[in-house]
Ligand binder design. Structure first.
Ligand SMILES: [Zn+2]
Ligand SMILES: [Zn+2]
Length: 232
């Protein structure tokens, strides 16, 4: 972890030269000021770390448990909040039925498109079939859907990889088990996510704004703030 480039720690925002060395090899600068802060994000970042995963950002293939659960609920109704999903869902049923042999599940194709992977996981989530071990990836998937990623992934804009890594760090910090150490950085990490999207260096500010608006609306809908009581 050594370079002349400086950047903000994805966890706390401190300016640092330290970046993830595996991701640097993949051609993407992801800064962490210290091993401690790298560790806070690790349970998510490890899924997207290094060559072949980090740049471009790759959604992890289904675990055998996820693929198994998905094949069991293929006939259940699909979540209608994803208008793009109906045709992809048919494709998904075809792919999963072909791959429902246990011997195939181990070698689930890593090239399966991010959209399909998210649709599988949203479908699992909608029917409460998500294996507990994939809790973080489930939340990241829902944030990805809220970000309208389906409109961008076939022709990914240059900022998309950086956005998805920041989103995965946000998910890592919001994990309840991380609460003691991570919660204090969550607000800052959220703000930096939106600053990143608003950065005029982005090639397509309109697309970035659409992503930002989508994810902001989703976060508003799940963070249920207690109503203020007016004391007379
Ligand atoms: Zn830090
Ligand atoms: Zn990395």
């Amino acid at each position: 972890m050594d370079t002349q480039t400086m950047g903000e720690c994805l966890v706390c925002g401190t300016e640092t030269k330290n970046r993830c060395s595996a991701c640097a090899k993949a051609g993407v600068d992801l800064f962490f000021c210290s091993p401690e802060h790298q560790k806070l994000a690790w349970h998510m970042h490890r899924m997207f770390c290094g060559p072949g995963k980090a740049n471009p950002f790759r959604w992890p293939p289904l675990t055998p448990k996820e693929a198994e659960a998905a094949t069991r609920i293929l006939d259940l109704p699909i979540n209608t909040v994803m208008p793009h999903s109906a045709t992809l869902f048919q494709e998904l049923q075809r792919v999963l039925q072909e791959l429902s042999q246990p011997s195939h599940l181990q070698t689930y194709p890593p090239a399966l498109h991010g959209n399909l992977l998210r649709i599988v996981r949203v479908h699992l989530s909608a029917h409460s079939q998500q294996p507990a071990t994939t809790e973080g990836i489930e939340f990241l998937t829902l944030l990805g859907e809220a970000s309208h990623l389906n409109e961008f992934e076939s022709d990914p804009p240059p900022w998309l990889t950086g956005y998805l890594h920041r989103l995965s760090v946000f998910v890592a910090l919001s994990k309840p088990a991380n609460a003691v150490h991570a919660m204090k950085y969550l607000t800052g990490a959220t703000n930096r996510l939106f600053f990143y999207l608003e950065d005029p260096a982005n090639a397509n500010p309109d697309a970035a704004r659409k992503v930002g608006d989508g994810v902001a609306a989703f976060l508003d809908s799940i963070v249920k703030l207690p109503r203020l009581v007016v004391v007379r």
